[in-house]
Structures are given as structure tokens and as C-alpha cells.
Write a protein that binds this ligand. Structure first.
Ligand SMILES: [Zn+2]
Length: 336
């Protein structure tokens, strides 16, 4: 079996993927045809051209355009099942999908309707595609304290059944300005049983990783790759075995890493850190979860044992139930 066939056959778990950023061309076509006149192309050819990025500004523009197509709870459900269908084609079995309820709130959707759509979509993702779905609700940090309040209210008052964790994205500046609001929201969310999975150390240095570990009770970190600039932090993450959601292609597309060959994946692994591979906003970054495993093999020379270890890490770091984890780990072991 070639290494690519081995990767195709690996049962996969995706821990870091944003709902709107996961929208592939067929899904966006469905939305743009549902909401004509939005400015987003309604033919496949034009849409594929629209999805070609030159830089981060392009990415942000496309992300906003797709986000603007998400107007009704039905659109939210379409995104979830679209993602599940894409993952099923890659032998993906489970995804923890980051949803930003504040964006749906701003679009005027009532929280109960959003929750119903997420519940229905999680069920049909499993029934139609065999892909289990968990949800992470994240605060868009750039929207400040109001976003923290709305996200927490939704998580506590009308959580979807599959809600497993609470996250935070956004820029460092805002994290500092609204530190107390985020800290209070995470305290309440984790007290309610949600896991803490904030972004940190992606576009900012190791200090944001310290901050989320110290103040937000981070159990898993979105990206975290800048930890390598601080040996004391590397030692802490290694000893505590706090998983990092590593997204190589995303880091190149957002300009955090100049070229894929310069990505610190090998150094993170060499330091004994707990690494999982993820796709972040896959169609917008022209990647897939399988594509990230291929990069690990083709660019960094990881062998089957190392690739299987990454697949196992994603299962272990997930918030799946213990029986489902055991089954998936057994499948990976049987293949490796
Ligand atoms: Zn992310």
C-alpha cells in the first residue's frame, strides 16, 4: 500500500475546523442559489475562480461573503452536513466543529432556532454520512465583551446536544482589552462542563499561550505553534501534554509561516509535544484533512507509524465518549 493509500485508509478525526470556513464549493453553490443577488457566484466555474486566493485579504473577503450567505438556521444546517459529506469522502469519522453563535445572532437568528438546526444537522451528518459531530462555541475576540456575553448565554441557555467545548478566536489586542469578560465567560462555561479550547500562539507570541493556559483553563490549544519561541512554555506543554491543534496549510495561508517546508511541525514533534493535524478553513485554504496528512508525509517525511500516531492523537484529544474512542483507536491500530 502506498503512503497516500495508507493516509486515505486512516480513520480521521478533525478537531479544528470553522463552520463557515469549511464551506466547500458545492455547499456555497447551494447557499448562493438559495440567496441570489448576494454577490457570491451562482455557477460552479465562477465560484471556483472566486475561491482562488492570493493573500490573506482575499481570504477574509471570501470568508465574509460566505458568512453573509448564512441568513437562516437552514443555512447553518447546510454548512454542517456539507462539512460532514466532505469528511466522509476522506474517511473522516468525527469532527469538533467551531461554530460562532455571535455571527448568527448578528444575522438575526434566534438562539433556539440555531440550536435546533445544529441538532438536526448533527443527526443527519451521522445518519447520511457516518460522521459524528461535536460542537465548539467560540467567542470572536475582535467583537469584545458583547460577543462573550452572547456566546456564553447561548452555550448555557440553549446548548445543542453535541456541544462539547468553548473557544476563543480573534486578535491579541482585543484579548487584552476584554480579558476579564473572556475570563469570566470561560469560568462559567467550564463550570457548566464545557471544555476550554481557545486559539492562542497563532498570530501572536507565546505570551498568549501562557495567558490561555493560566487564565482560561485551556485544555487544548488552537494552533499554539509560537510556543517554540519560549523553552519554558514548551517544557510546560510537554509535561502537561496539552494538545495543540496544528494546521500547517492555514499557517502558510495566513502568513504565519513563509513556506510549507518551513512549517515547525517537525520541531513540535521533536520536542515531544502533543500534536494533532487539522485543516482550519479547508476549502478556503485549498486543503483538506487528508491534504494535511499528505503534507506531513510528502514534505516532512513522516512514515506510517508517525502518521498513525497523529491520527491516534486526534482521537485521544477529542471529546468523544470513551467507547467511540476505543473503537477508533482499535481501527487505527489494525491498519498500522
Ligand atoms: Zn482556527
Amino acid at each position: 500500500m502506498s503512503i497516500h493509500s495508507f493516509i486515505d485508509a486512516l480513520p480521521k478525526v478533525e478537531l479544528h475546523v470553522h463552520l463557515v470556513g469549511s464551506a466547500s464549493v458545492p455547499t456555497v453553490l447551494e447557499l448562493s442559489r438559495r440567496h441570489p443577488g448576494s454577490g457570491v457566484p451562482t455557477t460552479e466555474e465562477e465560484l471556483r475562480a472566486f475561491y482562488v486566493f492570493r493573500d490573506f485579504t482575499d481570504f477574509a473577503a471570501v470568508y465574509q461573503a460566505v458568512n453573509a450567505l448564512v441568513r437562516e438556521p437552514e443555512d447553518v444546517a447546510t454548512l454542517v452536513t456539507g462539512l460532514a459529506g466532505d469528511l466522509a469522502g476522506q474517511n473522516g469519522r468525527y469532527a469538533e466543529v467551531t461554530v460562532t453563535p455571535y455571527a448568527h445572532h448578528v444575522a438575526g437568528m434566534p438562539m433556539r432556532a440555531v440550536t435546533e438546526a445544529l441538532d438536526i444537522a448533527a443527526r443527519s451528518s451521522f445518519d447520511e454520512h457516518g460522521v459524528r459531530i461535536g460542537y465548539i462555541f467560540d467567542i470572536p475576540g475582535e467583537c469584545g465583551a458583547e460577543a462573550a456575553r452572547v456566546t456564553l448565554d447561548h452555550a448555557l441557555q440553549e446548548p445543542p446536544q453535541a456541544l462539547v467545548a468553548f473557544g476563543l478566536a480573534g486578535i491579541e489586542q482585543e484579548r487584552v482589552r476584554h480579558r476579564d469578560a473572556f475570563r469570566d465567560a470561560f469560568r462559567a462555561a467550564t463550570a457548566a462542563g464545557l471544555h476550554s479550547v481557545p486559539h492562542a500562539g497563532e498570530m501572536t507570541g507565546p505570551e498568549t499561550v501562557w495567558e490561555v493556559v493560566g487564565h482560561l483553563g485551556a485544555e487544548r490549544i488552537g494552533h499554539g505553534i509560537s510556543c517554540l519561541d519560549d523553552p519554558r512554555l514548551v517544557a510546560h506543554l510537554r509535561e502537561a501534554q496539552i494538545p495543540l491543534d496544528v494546521c500547517p496549510t492555514s499557517n502558510v495561508c495566513t502568513g504565519q509561516v513563509a513556506r510549507i517546508a518551513e512549517h515547525p511541525l517537525p520541531r513540535l514533534l521533536g520536542e515531544g509535544l502533543f500534536v494533532t493535524l487539522n485543516s482550519d478553513d479547508p476549502p478556503m485554504f485549498a486543503t483538506t484533512l487528508t491534504g494535511e496528512y499528505r503534507i506531513a508525509a510528502d514534505v516532512f517525511g513522516l512514515d506510517r507509524a508517525a502518521l498513525a500516531a497523529l491520527a491516534r492523537n486526534a482521537v485521544t484529544a477529542s471529546y468523544l465518549g470513551s467507547a467511540a474512542k476505543r473503537d477508533l483507536l482499535a481501527e487505527i491500530d489494525a491498519l498500522a
